[in-house]
Design a protein around this ligand. Structure first.
Ligand code: COI
Length: 356
């Protein structure tokens, strides 16, 4: 797959654009998509940008039966002077390859994937929304397409990138969300696929999320799969707490996603001289901090969710109200700084953004 080989077939039937003030998350898709095939012995071949369309797969394709698939999520932003910025795309393709490795999927050429992404975003540039809090969400994913029911790695794959203009992930926007700490089910265990970005992790999280939603909570906070006492991550975000002036987040332990927004927040906090620690955190540490009055803030981070303040955690029968259910000072500062860097209104001292 080389850049010069990317064929472009433009649509002759452009879609109507959605209402920019009512985008929601992941419901609208642009006019084009990127596709490249993998065949055993031939490697990745025929990279192309084509009109957005359904894909036709044999019902026996391994992805449907054994979930051999990985995905990524990143965003493009429009700056006030109408330039396009991609946020840390190289980190996403690096993580995609780490997930590929775990799921026995052939690695992609990260540089060339980035070039394909740039060309695709350029083709659909007019779809990047410019209202505050909106962006173009980019979803690269790989699926196993070999039609065979034997449990073994697929011989064929497709790598696809689709684009979706989005607003905020949670209906609450930047208002604090309420999260239920899951007691019964687990999302992942170290040694499993928890740190890979693969569909199965999200499928296994749906039951907990359904229960949380029924109880009036937006998402589930997952504890570790072995002892069910150490904090791991929320359904679609990594998690941070501010306790007695120090920001803490669970250390990466093999079952937690290596969040790119998580990493960005750690770097940002260090640059602002705010103490930050990656360490094992038990749910008892959180209830104790709540009871002794040192639990000051909590927030989740993710590409889709950006930074989402957490106003309440429910653990067993106790409702832990954080910062009176209001967004905290550090959370607000991180949100403003991150979104400012992403949309080009704050200088990017970290070299995270790439201008198209
Ligand atoms: C993201 O934040 O990009 C995610 O992949 C989370 C979720 C929408 C699955």
């Amino acid at each position: 797959m080389t850049m010069t080989e990317i064929k472009i077939e433009l649509t002759t039937n452009k879609k109507d654009k959605p209402d920019i003030n009512n985008l929601g998350f992941g419901r609208f898709f642009t006019d084009h998509m990127f596709v490249v095939d993998y065949t055993e012995g031939k490697g990745w071949h025929e990279p192309r940008i084509i009109p957005y369309q359904p894909i036709s797969l044999d019902p026996a394709s391994k992805v449907f039966h054994y979930a051999q698939t990985v995905f990524e999520g990143l965003k493009a932003y429009l700056t006030v002077d109408n330039k396009v910025l991609l946020f840390r795309p190289e980190s996403n393709f690096k993580r995609l390859n780490a997930s590929n490795e775990r799921l026995c999927i052939p690695v992609i050429d990260e540089e060339l994937a980035l070039e394909a992404l740039k060309q695709l975003v350029e083709v659909d540039r007019e779809w990047i929304p410019n209202a505050p809090g909106t962006s173009l969400y980019i979803r690269p994913f790989i699926i196993a397409t070999e039609p065979c029911l034997g449990v073994a790695s697929s011989q064929n794959f497709q790598f696809i990138i689709i684009l979706s203009p989005v607003g905020s992930y949670y209906k609450e926007g930047i208002k604090p969300v309420k999260i239920l700490v899951e007691q019964q089910y687990v999302r992942a265990v170290a040694g499993g696929t928890g740190e890979a970005k693969t569909g199965g992790n999200y499928a296994s999280s749906l039951k907990g999320q359904e229960l949380a939603n029924k109880d009036g909570y937006s998402q589930t906070l997952w504890l570790d799969g072995r002892e069910k006492q150490y904090i791991e991550e929320v359904g679609s975000m990594n998690i941070f707490f501010k306790i007695n002036g120090t920001v803490v987040t669970p250390a990466l332990n093999g079952s937690i996603l290596h969040g790119i927004t998580r990493d960005s927040m750690i770097q940002l906090l260090k640059a602002k001289n705010i103490p930050v620690e990656e360490r094992q955190i038990s749910i008892h540490d959180i209830t104790e901090a709540y009871h002794n009055g040192t639990l000051e803030e909590a927030f989740g981070t993710g590409t889709a969710a950006v930074i989402s303040p957490i106003g309440e955690l429910k653990w067993l029968d106790e409702r832990i109200i954080i910062n009176n259910g209001e967004i905290g000072e550090v959370t607000q500062m991180l949100y403003d700084t991150l979104t400012g860097i992403q949309n080009g209104s704050i200088p990017d001292q970290f070299n995270w953004t790439i201008k198209l």
